[in-house]
Design a protein around this ligand. Sequence first.
Ligand code: SAM
Length: 222
Amino acid sequence: MIIDLFTLFPEHFEWFRGQRHVANALERGSELLFHNYRDTTPLSAGQVDDAPYGGGAGMVLRVDVVDAALEAAYGPDREGVRVIALNPSGRLFDDSLAEELAAEPHIGLLSGRYEGLDERVVEHLANDSISIGRYVLSGGELAAMVISDAVLRKLPGALGDAESAVEESYSAALEGAPEYPHYTRPASYRGWEVPEVLLSGDHAKVQEWRRARSSERAEQAG
Ligand SMILES: C[S@@+](CC[C@H](N)C(=O)[O-])C[C@H]1O[C@@H](n2cnc3c(N)ncnc32)[C@H](O)[C@@H]1O
């Protein structure tokens, strides 16, 4: 899988690239490619933004600048690439969307900054607009990392133990419910006991208990 990251701050991703599961995915042939809007801007002196029409605070990332970055990366034909604008008001990111993106061979994530992307990026250049939550970050870079993390860990070989990604919160294996709680040694600590059933060695009972806790959590989360 190829993930293109369009950003003004490629250096923000240095830590992310070194994360074990990301490095594993890259070693197995996935690619994270960085595109700095400033490197391909058609404007002079590296300009990438401008004041908003209609007035108001802040600057807006220009549509021609984003278009030039996409053109430099893909040429005129963007066939086969799912281009996603990162936007606080976009479609809410969740596990099923992560699954959907993990099945794509090639995605491009457009990080905004300042007041955000010119709306024509969303309307005409991107195929999708995605939000990682109903709050506002200072830039799309963290959102791009969240999405790339959730997507890459679903690829074969990214996690040390492939089973970890099968039955986890919001997965199809748990019918979209949160995962059940985990415990490890010691079995008793300060009088806080691990549930008996987990020590019983009865696999069927453990499974039953886990499903029940997972359903309980789903109900609590509403
Ligand atoms: C400061 S924000 C712009 C906020 C915008 N003025 C608003 O009120 O919706 C700058 C950029 O950060 C990114 N961003 C901020 N919050 C986000 C979120 N919850 N999900 C995805 N991207 C986000 C987007 O790329 C956005 O263009």
